[in-house]
Design a protein around this ligand. Sequence first.
Ligand SMILES: [Fe+2]
Ligand SMILES: [Fe+2]
Length: 253
Amino acid sequence: MQVLFIGDVVGRSGRNALAGVLPGLKSQYSWDLCIANAENAAGGKGITEKVARELLDLGIDVLTMGNHTWDNKDIFNFIDSADYLVRPANYPAPVPGQGWTVVRRADKSVGIINLSGQVFMGPMECPFAAVDRILDELNHCQYIIIDFHAEATAEKLAFAHYVDGRVSAVVGTHTHIQTADAGVLPQGTLYITDVGATAPINSVLGMEIEPVIKRFTTKLPQRFSAASGPAAVCALWMDLEARLVKPLTVTSP
Ligand SMILES: [Fe+2]
Ligand SMILES: [Fe+2]
């Protein structure tokens, strides 16, 4: 089972880069399943149904989310019918949408779970307790892939070791900068602390630079917008049986 996991797609620039880069990647690598984190896909903040459709039309099978899930209110119009979309599973129970989904590929079931960390993030159910509960429900799956959406490196690593050997892969998202630690944990789980973002290169984590500098220098609230211009696609290619990982960063043509 080969999987391409694409890091947080930011705004139109990120989406355009993905459209430009994916055909070339597909000629170099094969995959059975393509997952993308889409919490910043609509103007850097959340997602709309139109943007979700645009990503699915590129050949992406499953969209994962994070702390920006609810930033664009359009999500409330379609999340409950979007079986391809997962938001963090450790939101309180009444929240719309689903925290995991199962995809069938070649007679095998692949469970895809989205979980949020707690350190430097909004208050959430403990992801360690949540994952134990979810893995019980997904025990029929041959493969499990977790998008662990978290800020703190220590929490991401600790979580990955907690589930090592129980899931196929833990892919970190949220910090938008790809880390240089892609590999295989002792019990066989594939791991990267952060897969990086699919975002404009001249930006601060995909957003326009000046308002971010102004926020730091004045402490005043600023309106952040997705930056434009050339973008890079960050992704992790994985072979779940051969236990291979290849981190990718490809600039749009
Ligand atoms: Fe993000
Ligand atoms: Fe995030």
